[in-house]
Design a protein around this ligand. Sequence first.
Ligand code: ADP
Length: 271
Amino acid sequence: KSKEVKILLEEEKVILIHASPIARPDSKKEGAVFVFHDITEIKKLENIRRNFVANVSHELRTPVCNIKGYAETLLEGGLDDKKNAEKFLKIIHASSNQLSKLIDDLLELAKIESDKIELNLKPCEIKNIIENVIRNLSKQAEDKKIKIKINIPYNFPKITADADCLNQIFLNLIDNAIKYNNDSGEIIINAEDKGSKIQINIKDTGIGIQEKDITHIFERFYRVDKARSRRLGGTGLGLSIVKHLAQAHSGEVLVSSVEGQGSVFSIIFFK
Ligand code: ADP
């Protein structure tokens, strides 16, 4: 027989206890042997998995409901109303984009978390990578009239990293710096050579993040303002991808922020 019990220690632990009676040669029972297994970690992982599945389903529901609802409206005669039909199609288009972004982010996260990610480590020029990312985000920046400055000297030391991962890290961080910036805001990117490590800072003049949220923003699906993030095409997975990619390079990512003034995201690579 076995039974799971909870014991109140400083932190909650889940223990699985197996008990077996000790049988004497004269077949009289005398006492029992109890084996305690600490299964707290397994339970935690089960919980994380359950929450993850619930979160993913929840995130899928909104765009799928939009697509279904508006497609049905169009099929049921909405097509004749030219003006609204176009509006509905735009919603269907935006929702399918949101679905596809979510799937891409989930696959990326699954790949990194499975530890199967193979890093193609090579000396990388971060200035080039960042300039390339900014070119890809130029439309979003222009739409909000955001100026982006890069202060990285041309002879800045190269870092040994996987170029695709660096690209993804800077894409997510600079995309956020645009999304959560104010119109006509600024983004300043600089790099510091600190001897044993290299630090790259991405500073924006946007909405900032409150103290209470800062510790959570790297968690999967955590968003300060869900509706705003969704409206801006966010999935809530970008920063957890950044954190995992930095860790895969034995690096780290830090953030400091003042609500209403802006944030600085720093990524650190050890040489
Ligand atoms: P999302 O897809 O929602 O942008 P992220 O994982 O990239 O997801 O970021 C998580 C949350 O952290 C965002 O929803 C936002 O609330 C907050 N955040 C991220 N970057 C910034 C920033 N530069 N300024 C203010 N808030 C930010």
